[in-house]
Design a protein around this ligand. Structure first.
Ligand code: PLP
Length: 302
């Protein structure tokens, strides 16, 4: 592996942690797609009036000088492609947890709301951060701003812990979808303190001199806040538009919120590498198609 400044410090401990862990996923690899943001016909108000193109999958135009040249862009970490159904952040959370459970003889796993092993979940997400950092397109960039949608917020905290442990000055912004700012901060504090305890003595080696305190993530409201699970007018159509233009499937409850945040950040700041983690959510489409069936029939395509 490429020697990195991070490995000189706490990164070595992270490398030890990661190499001592048994994984569900054979490799941490995931696809990263670059999305170009183009203005659409009617100017004002993001994010509904943008058009998008997927520079990674789109056929190259003559000499690569398309209309995307110089446009705002952001990266999408395609964890939604890890598995047809069990993908996204759930796959990352299970990455370290499943082998552990299997070894203890578990044959079935039932999960609910908050009872997940935060430590194992964080380990899987840290493995993802390390993988991304080792991509040449990432480690050359100092200013990386990661965006993720948050249910419990475990994924967001895991990403931030991963960055700290690897000595990266990455910002992590989480879009709050299911709770209040106060509750997210509370949970963050307790996840960080659990992580510190579980790492025991290794923890100080791991984070080096940075005392991380108990707040790493920037928690933000969704642009159009609503009761969790509610879908607003036009959002399913917007998801369809994005799917048609980029081949990336989003759902209006979770991943569209992250997408909107990533678009806003990259339009406002061209020097930062904005990275959206696609948290998956594919199974949610079944429920969505039942609740909003008119949007999922073939004659509704506008
Ligand atoms: C489960 C899930 C989340 C919530 O993840 P947390 O780690 O609880 O914040 C977010 N997005 C999608 C698509 C999910 O399936």
């Amino acid at each position: 592996m490429r020697p990195s400044p991070a490995l000189a410090g706490g990164g070595r401990t992270v490398a030890n942690l990661l190499s001592a862990t048994e994984w569900m996923l054979p490799s941490p690899a995931t696809q990263v797609h670059t999305i170009s943001v183009l203005p659409s016909h009617s100017p004002p108000s993001p994010p509904h009036h943008f058009a998008f193109s997927n520079l990674t999958t789109a056929p190259k135009r003559n000499g690569g000088k398309g209309e995307e040249e110089g446009r705002p862009r952001f990266e999408v970490v395609r964890d939604d492609l890890l598995h047809p159904l069990a993908n996204g952040n759930k796959a990352r959370k299970l990455d370290a947890l499943l082998p552990l459970l299997r070894r203890r003889g578990a044959t079935d796993v039932v999960t609910c709301g908050g009872c997940q092993s935060a430590h194992a979940a964080a380990t899987g997400v840290i493995r993802l951060v390390e993988y991304l950092y080792n991509l040449s397109s990432f480690h050359k960039h100092e200013n990386v701003h990661v965006v993720v949608d948050a249910g419990t917020g475990t994924t967001a905290v895991g990403l931030a812990l991963g960055a700290v442990c690897l000595g990266l000055h990455w910002r992590v912004t989480a879009v709050m979808l299911a709770d209040t700012l106060e509750r997210y901060k509370e949970r963050e504090k307790s996840l960080i303190s659990d992580f510190k305890k579980l790492c025991h003595n290794n923890y100080h080696e791991m984070v080096g001199e940075n005392d991380i305190g108990d707040s790493l993530v920037e928690w933000v409201e969704r642009f159009s806040p609503r009761r969790f699970g509610k879908v607003l007018n036009g959002e399913i159509a917007l998801c369809r538009q994005i799917a048609q233009q980029t081949g990336i499937l989003l759902d209006p409850m979770y991943t569209l919120a992250g997408w909107e945040q990533a678009v806003d950040l990259c339009v406002g700041d061209s020097r930062t590498k904005v990275v959206m983690i696609h948290t998956g959510g594919t199974l949610g489409f079944c429920g969505l198609a039942q609740r909003y069936s008119s949007h999922f029939t073939s004659d509704e395509q506008t």
